[in-house]
Design a protein around this ligand. Structure first.
Ligand SMILES: *Cc1c(COP(=O)(O)O)cnc(C)c1O
Length: 402
């Protein structure tokens, strides 16, 4: 490789990745960074001049391009322009930011909320602001990378418990010093497997051991609960989650992240979290779009009903065709393939037949558990879902999965 000009370790590291990417491209295994030129309602997209059915989007309720949301963004640009010229604490706060935070707090039935410019940064900064050296943070093994990074940055003792195993969590938490500060954190819906955290047991444990509870609702807002308000609505356990984290980039078609909770918690984060104090405010268009989206979710409850119906059709149909969809109960549907090679073969067949779907292979998942990771959306039509399942089944038969 040209890049290696000496025994430079950094150059070798760069070259190793460059080689890996080139190898994947040669083997027709590279489906990342595909340029989409049009988002037709979110469930159909244009790629390289052909229309594909989208099964890799997190726009669960099909809100991308919603006329009300687009208009809110356009009006905000007309009124405020495109940037916020700095951090919130100094000159960056607009009335729009405060209204957005009030809207989120109300949607999440919390006293207050604070926003940041991405979900990733929200987890990183919130966790590392709330706990530090001498404290304990307990994290599900399948938690999102942004949670892991928040835990590591915090300097707290970082304990990872077996996925969704509340006995493992309790054993771990019981063995920590009784007087140490404790934070338990988990995805509400797991982003690779689509299963739901056992909130009732987790709340019991947190109460018993005096631990704070944080839920990452990136994949549960707009997905769980009758009105899409997430994990607490799903279990009818309002008021049991101390730190309600979410993103504005998935169901909500904008960008940004938030924490909702008690007023004092939010005041603390607004004055102590580094991503709030040292990073610029959300742009007006994105704040306005996010705010309008929460209102649209409440005004158009049919979207959640449609998502639920589509989820049942997709999971039921795949199982009926003989696939293992693991533990999913939500719109994130893993289709177990086994070997990495098999997952690539199924992906190739799906992509050739205009399904935009991606494989997840080792080391992202354990060897032997490679899969397609498909997401179903409210904007999919029944016949589109049947088509997608038929295509996946053809590949499943060819590769001997079913
Ligand atoms: C996507 C995601 C995030 C990060 O959100 P961004 O807004 O994309 O930065 C955090 N947690 C989970 C579980 C996610 O899936």
């Amino acid at each position: 490789m040209d890049l290696i000009k000496s025994n430079d370790i950094v150059a070798r590291r760069v070259a190793a990745m460059v080689n890996r990417v080139a190898g994947m491209k040669e083997n027709d295994e590279y489906y990342y960074n595909m340029p989409v030129t049009e988002l037709r309602g979110g469930s159909k997209v244009m790629v390289d001049g052909r229309e594909m059915e989208m099964y890799a989007s997190y726009s669960y309720l099909g809100l991308v391009g919603h006329p009300r949301i687009n208009k809110a963004a356009q009006d905000a640009v007309a009124k405020y322009g495109t940037g916020t010229h700095g951090v919130r604490t100094l000159a960056g706060t607009l009335d729009l930011h405060n209204e957005l935070e009030d809207t989120i707090a109300e949607f999440k039935q919390a006293e207050a909320a604070v926003t940041y410019t991405s979900g990733y940064v929200t987890n990183l900064t919130a966790i590392s602001t709330l706990v530090g050296r001498g404290d304990y943070v307990f994290s599900d093994k399948l938690n999102h990378a942004s949670i892991v990074d928040g835990c590591m940055t915090s300097g707290a003792k970082f304990r990872r418990f077996k996925h969704n195993d509340m006995e493992a969590l309790e054993r771990m938490i019981a063995s920590a010093p009784a007087d140490a500060a404790k934070l338990v954190v988990a995805d509400a819906v797991f982003s690779m497997d689509g299963d739901i955290i056992d909130l009732p047991r987790m709340v019991e444990i947190c109460q018993k051991y005096d631990a704070w509870l944080m839920m990452d609702e990136a994949h549960s807002v707009g997905v769980l609960g009758k009105t899409g308000r997430g994990i607490e609505e799903h279990f009818d356990m309002w008021g049991t989650v101390d730190i309600k984290m979410g993103t504005l980039s998935k169901t909500i078609p904008s960008v940004g992240g938030y924490i909702a909770g008690k007023k004092d918690l939010i005041t603390y984060l607004r004055h102590a979290s580094r991503a709030y104090i040292f990073s610029a405010a959300l742009p007006p268009a994105q704040a306005a779009a996010a705010m309008e989206s929460f209102k649209v979710i409440l005004d158009e409850p049919w979207r959640i009903e449609k998502l639920n119906a589509n989820t049942d059709q997709f999971i039921g149909g795949l199982k009926g065709r003989g696939f293992d969809t693991m533990m999913t109960e939500t719109a994130i549907v893993p289709v177990l393939c086994g070997a990495d090679e098999t997952a690539y073969a199924v992906t190739r067949h799906a992509q050739k037949n205009n399904l935009f779907v991606l494989p997840v292979v080792s080391p992202a998942v354990p060897v032997g558990l490679a899969r397609l990771r498909a997401t179903v959306l409210a904007s999919h039509e029944e016949k589109d879902i049947e088509y997608a399942m038929d295509v996946i089944a053809e590949a499943g038969k060819d590769t001997g999965i079913i």
